[in-house]
Design a protein around this ligand. Structure first.
Ligand code: G3P
Length: 218
C-alpha cells in the first residue's frame, strides 16, 4: 500500500518524508489556499518545491472546467516536473481529458469520486489513479469504506490497472480499513500517518525496559 500525504504544507511533507515511508503527495486548490499559496506562478513554483522534497508522484489539480482549458493547464503542469500527476475532476470534460492524457502516457488522478460508476468510467479512460473521497461520504452518513470495497471488486473483476487512491482519509482507522480492503494508495493528513505509531502498551513497555535496564546496570 502506498502512503501519500494530502497537504501543501512543506513542513508536514518533509516530516513524513523523513520517516522514510512516504510514496507521494496529493494537493488540491483548497489545500494550496490553506497554505496561503495564491497566484499562478506561486502555485506552479510550490508544486516544484514539493517535487524536490519527495521521491514519488505529486498530484497537481487543474482549475479549468472545460476540456481545452484542462488540456492546456494539464500540459503545463506535466511539463513542470516528471513527478507531476495531472489531477482532473470527475466530470464529462474531466473524463475526456483523462483519456487524452492517458493516450499520451501522462499520469492522471481523477478526483471527487463518490460512486462506483464514476470509478468505472475513470478506469475506462485510463486513469493512473482514481480518488474516492472516503471521509466526505462518511460526513453525509454514507459508508465511505463500502465504496472503496465496491471499486476494488470492480477493478479486480476486469484487471483494471487504475490504482484506487483512497482520499479524504481523516484518521488512522480509515488507513487501516483501506489496507484491509486492498486500496492501492491512501492519502491523508500527517496526523493520519503519525497516529499509526501510537499505542499506550508500546510506551509502557519501553518505560519498563528502560527502568529494568537502569536497575541492572547501576
Ligand atoms: O484528498 C482529498 C482531500 O483533500 C479532501 O479531504 O478532508 O477535505 O474531505 P477532506
Amino acid at each position: 500500500m502506498k502512503f501519500f500525504i494530502d497537504t501543501a504544507n512543506l513542513k508536514d511533507i518533509a516530516e513524513a518524508q523523513a520517516l522514510g515511508i512516504l510514496d507521494g503527495v496529493t494537493t488540491n486548490p483548497s489545500l494550496m489556499a490553506k497554505e496561503g499559496i495564491t497566484g499562478k506562478n506561486n502555485i506552479l513554483k510550490h508544486y516544484v518545491d514539493i517535487c524536490n522534497l519527495v521521491d514519488g508522484d505529486v498530484s497537481a489539480e487543474v482549475n479549468a472546467l472545460d476540456f481545452e482549458g484542462m488540456i492546456k493547464e494539464g500540459e503545463e503542469l506535466a511539463d513542470l516536473h516528471e513527478q507531476i500527476v495531472v489531477k482532473l475532476p470527475m466530470t464529462k470534460e474531466g473524463i475526456k481529458a483523462c483519456k487524452y492524457f492517458s493516450d499520451r502516457e501522462i499520469k492522471t488522478n481523477v478526483t471527487l469520486i463518490f460512486s462506483a460508476g464514476q470509478a468505472l468510467l475513470a478506469a475506462k479512460a485510463g486513469a493512473t489513479y482514481c480518488s474516492p473521497f472516503l471521509g466526505r461520504l462518511d460526513d453525509v452518513s454514507t459508508d465511505g469504506l463500502n465504496l472503496i470495497d465496491e471499486i476494488r471488486q470492480i477493478y479486480d473483476n476486469y484487471g483494471f490497472e487504475t490504482q484506487i487512491l483512497a482520499a479524504s482519509v481523516r484518521h488512522t482507522m480509515h488507513v487501516v480499513n483501506c489496507a484491509k480492503i486492498g486500496a492501492d494508495v491512501m492519502t491523508g493528513p500527517l496526523s493520519s500517518i503519525m497516529g499509526l505509531l501510537k499505542h499506550p502498551l508500546t510506551d509502557i513497555g519501553i518505560a519498563q525496559f528502560v527502568a529494568d535496564y537502569e536497575k541492572g546496570n547501576k
